[in-house]
Design a protein around this ligand. Structure first.
Ligand code: NAP
Length: 257
């Protein structure tokens, strides 16, 4: 079933990794896909890979640029019916050893939490008019944090909480709100240190699209299902196991800096 055929879809951060792959697969399903990102070079490379894709250069942490994105889309694509809040960044650090902690956590918070929340509100009237949907991209780490990415996990947990409230409010108004929980995915986000069990962006995007087509509110992919289940029933065990699992990987990442 190709429910996205003919739909106009905005994927933030669609110039790399999972967002890029989702843009490619949805374009193949004959959706009109718009992406945004900060790097003009990455957007231009994406145009070469996905002919017909529409790109808008925009830093979502900046209010004037978010407003510019909204103005451009509401003028040129008033039939937008899907907003995928996908853009995200991760910073790996030890809390006790990071002098510029405030700066570091602020950028992550603005990208991973404030931007999707504010964009959802900005685009709500347009999506409401078009009986559309908002898709927030989360992570299995929203359910259980890992020690080397403390603020990233906190931003995804915050987004998860906000998404649940937004779903209840917007459902009464006709806009569906879904959330995707990815496991580790081998993309540039992993900075060359993807764990062995990471899945490919092709598989991640394909499972996410299948979940959206099935109408699920919360789409948990691969190991994100295990983290969800364990965090409900065995929270202390999963916290311990996850920390153990990332310790070796974190050592490699920090040692190579
Ligand atoms: N990869 C994983 O293991 C994994 C696991 C769970 C969840 N996720 C989530 O999945 C989403 C996509 O991750 P990914 O792995 O595909 O990452 P990625 O390959 O690093 O791509 C991130 C995208 O976001 C854009 N972006 C970053 N900051 C931005 C900003 N301030 N304004 C506009 N665009 C911005 C980047 O483009 P520019 O750099 O040009 O701005 C890029 O297009 C993220 O929300 C991430 O948290 C990833």
């Amino acid at each position: 079933m190709e429910i996205f055929s003919g739909k106009t879809i905005l994927i933030t951060g669609g110039s790399s990794g999972i967002g890029l792959e989702m843009a490619r697969q949805l374009s193949l399903q004959k959706a009109r896909v718009i992406i945004c990102g900060r790097s003009r070079q990455k957007l231009d490379d994406t145009i070469k890979r996905i002919p017909g894709i529409i790109t808008v250069q925009c830093d979502l942490t900046k209010k004037d640029e978010r407003n510019m994105l909204f103005d451009r889309i509401s003028n040129d694509f008033p039939n937008l019916s899907v907003l995928v809040n996908n853009a995200g960044i991760v910073k790996r650090f030890f809390i006790s050893e990071t002098p510029s902690l405030e700066e570091s956590i602020r950028e992550e918070l603005e990208t991973n939490y404030i931007a999707p929340v504010v964009l959802s509100q900005l685009f709500f009237p347009l999506l409401n008019k078009n009986k559309g949907m908002i898709v927030n991209v989360s992570s299995g780490l929203a359910y259980c944090p890992i020690f080397a990415e403390p603020n990233y996990c906190a931003t995804k947990a915050a987004l998860h909480s906000f998404t649940q409230s937004m779903r209840i409010e917007f459902a009464g108004k006709g806009v569906k709100v879904s959330e995707i929980f990815y496991p580790a995915v081998d993309t540039p986000f992993q900075q060359g240190h993807a764990p062995k069990f990471a899945i490919s962006p092709e598989e991640a995007a394909s499972m996410a699209i299948k979940g959206l087509i099935s109408g699920k509110n919360e789409i948990r992919i691969g190991k994100a299902k295990v983290i969800y289940f364990m965090s409900r029933f065995f929270p202390a065990t999963i916290l311990r196991l996850m920390s153990k699992a990332v310790i070796e990987n974190a050592k490699i990442i920090f040692d190579s800096k």
